[in-house]
Design a protein around this ligand. Structure first.
Ligand code: ARG
Length: 280
């Protein structure tokens, strides 16, 4: 059984247009008045023309972020963040970091934001803020092509599972009874471990696992069963950052003027699906 990359990117709760209408009715960005009333706060916002936004990413997660052969960063997230910068009048400077170092860097204030296929979770919301959702994704289980035993999460009990450290996939694997978990610094390394036959399964974001299989970057693997979660990616920012509003405003503009759809088309070859205005 296989899931096509396009099918799970489609079909969400609210239409884009519905989300836009809700936003127009005043559903978003609660702290607007505060920020505007406080000139000191406005001065520190990077949202003013000419500012630079340092944005962390872990670029081994195609098609969202990866390094091209010439070393340049590429991917949906990279294009999206660059366009957000253009829309907001900000220079965007990417900084590559290990995935599990991104939230600590946001907390320490050494970076201004992060775009890294990062799922908006309740747990992360305790320590960082997120933009509105910009992609719907979810976790999938990958196994060897010839594996006919594993059809879903329940079949992973007592099995060997590889994951990327610090991810929602790692959190899911930790819930599987008796599983022996190996953690890797990147998703491609976890998938390679599976392709080498050293583990029984990988739990990772479906779009990334499917991209690895469909692009031929990894061979002999398949995705089984249904998606095991529905997740929304957001741009992460330090708690209380004025740039949350800057980023959300830019995203909203880009969703209205077709820039978002153009970037989505470029990487996924279809019209963007409907996205809710908030992840929870
Ligand atoms: N969506 C998952 C999470 O938030 C995995 C993200 C991994 N991203 C990356 N660039 N390696 O935990």
């Amino acid at each position: 059984m296989s899931i096509k990359r396009s099918s799970f990117l489609r079909g969400t709760v609210l239409g884009f247009s519905a989300a836009l209408m809700l936003a127009a009715c005043g559903g978003t960005t609660p702290d607007t008045a505060d920020t505007e009333a406080d000139p000191a706060a406005e001065e520190t916002a990077a949202g003013e023309a000419g500012g630079t936004l340092t944005v962390a990413t872990e670029p081994a997660f195609p098609p969202f972020e990866f390094q091209a052969e010439n070393g340049e960063l590429e991917g949906f997230d990279i294009d999206l963040m660059t366009a957000i910068g253009e829309t907001a009048g900000l220079e965007v400077e990417f900084e590559s970091l290990p995935f599990d170092g991104i939230i600590p860097a946001l907390q320490a204030g050494t970076v201004d934001a992060a775009i890294s296929g990062m799922t908006i979770t309740e747990e992360r919301l305790q320590t960082v803020d997120f933009s509105r959702p910009y992609i719907k994704a979810g976790l999938a289980i990958a196994v060897a092509e010839e594996n006919s035993e594993v059809a879903g999460l329940d079949d992973l009990a007592d099995k060997r599972i590889a994951v990327q450290i610090g991810t929602t996939g790692a959190d899911q694997a930790a819930e599987v009874p008796g599983a022996e978990i190996s953690t890797f610094d990147s998703a491609p390394l976890a998938l390679q471990e599976l392709a080498n036959g050293n583990v029984d399964a990988v739990i990772n974001d479906a779009p990334v696992t499917l991209d690895a299989i469909e692009s031929g970057n990894i061979s002999g693997l398949k995705v089984v069963g249904e998606l095991i979660t529905t997740e929304f990616y957001g741009i992460a920012l330090p708690k209380g950052s004025e740039n949350v509003e800057v980023v959300n405003d830019a995203l909203m503009t880009m969703m209205e003027d077709g820039t978002y759809a153009e970037i989505y088309q470029k990487w996924f070859g279809e019209e963007p699906p409907e996205l809710p205005e908030s992840a929870f």
